[in-house]
Design a protein around this ligand. Structure first.
Ligand code: SF4
Ligand code: SF4
Length: 328
């Protein structure tokens, strides 16, 4: 069964990593895939933790570099230059961390489940990767952890847009009974239903699929597929055939993602850290630990079935939801 190591003191990272052989990583340039925070957000992984991870990797004769990709929306991480400046502002510098900081803006087409995803060159060209994911809520996927770190964070802007667009609802008038269920469940009031009219505002829609799942008449379908499915496929495109170790940080657990300047408030007390070599197992373990402390906290806030991400990940062979939790 997949091992997931749990610890509350970061000084135990060394002990946790010892459960997974780092021998094959030795001598290699290894991207540490992480999110270095949107402008205005203060919950992303902190440089102190990142430095600790980098130091630990260096002790194993690994040559790490921090890596993330540009984003599709026009914020402070839209271009390489903008993201490099913001990363520096947030403390991610060669001087502070002790390794290079690289932002990717191009990729290589990779096929998973009959769809193509443009995986960032630096990930595609690496045989070994270290993933550092801050676990928090997310308005579209319910929770962001290791799967989301790669599913959205490991691909180019073009693929990010394709994933978002692919999950938007398509309306089939003939099947609609104007029951109003979709309008009731939409967390963003993007749908209005009256006696014989159905209105939808694409600008207000986040492609969360809640309406598609709730429609009793199958009058709504995703343009391509459920966002969670597309994220799992995209994550698989990034990590398949590679050796990857995952560290999830369960601290500063807020309702929104690290891309959101208004991600707060904190909705669950700090829990600790998890390490595994399986992205599905580590996200499932993260969810289970959070549910133990604050049951269904993400579902209540973001109204999204979090198990979809886990189930899809398992279905497409990204990983396993069965795990053995070992406390170190
Ligand atoms: S839930 Fe389905 S059937 Fe009901 S109003 Fe919405 S689209 Fe129409
Ligand atoms: S996909 Fe989500 S945000 Fe968009 S209309 Fe449906 S429920 Fe609302």
């Amino acid at each position: 069964m997949t091992k997931v190591l749990f610890f509350t003191d970061i000084m135990k990272l060394h002990k946790a990593l010892a459960f997974f052989s780092l021998r094959s990583y030795a001598g290699k340039k290894v991207p540490v895939k992480l999110h270095m925070g949107e402008k205005g957000n203060s919950y992303f992984v902190k440089p102190e933790l990142v430095k600790h991870v980098v130091d630990e990797l260096k002790k194993a004769d690994i040559n790490p570099f921090l890596f993330d990709t540009t984003v599709a929306y026009h914020g402070a991480r839209h271009t390489k230059e903008e993201y490099e400046n913001l990363a520096k502002f947030h403390g991610f510098t060669l001087k502070n961390i002790g390794c290079d900081v690289v932002i990717g803006d191009s990729g290589v087409l990779t096929t998973v489940e009959g769809r193509t995803f443009e995986v960032a060159h630096h990930l595609k060209n690496s045989t070994h990767i270290f993933a550092l994911s801050h676990v928090k809520g997310h308005i579209q996927s319910g929770m962001g952890g290791a799967i989301k770190n790669f599913g959205m964070g490991g691909v180019t802007k073009e693929t990010k847009i394709k994933i978002h667009d692919g999950s938007y609802p398509v309306y089939h008038k003939d099947a609609c009974t104007y029951c109003g269920v979709c309008a009731e469940v939409c967390p963003f009031q993007a749908i209005k239903v009256n006696e014989e009219s159905w209105e939808y505002t694409e600008q207000g829609c986040f492609g969360c699929s809640v309406c598609v799942d709730a429609c009793p008449s199958k009058a709504l379908q995703n343009q391509d597929a459920d966002l969670q499915f597309l994220l799992a496929c995209s994550a698989k495109a990034c990590v398949q055939d590679k050796t990857v170790l995952y560290l999830n940080e369960l601290k500063r657990i807020v309702k929104g993602c690290d891309c959101d300047p208004n991600a707060g408030p904190i909705i669950c007390p700090d829990i600790g850290y998890l390490v595994s070599n399986d992205p599905v197992a580590i996200d499932k373990a993260s969810l289970d630990l959070i549910n133990k402390v604050k049951e269904n906290v993400f579902e209540e806030i973001n109204k999204i079935d979090l198990m979809k991400q886990i189930r899809y990940g398992e279905e497409i062979g990204l990983g396993s939801s069965s795990y053995e939790l070992i406390e170190v």
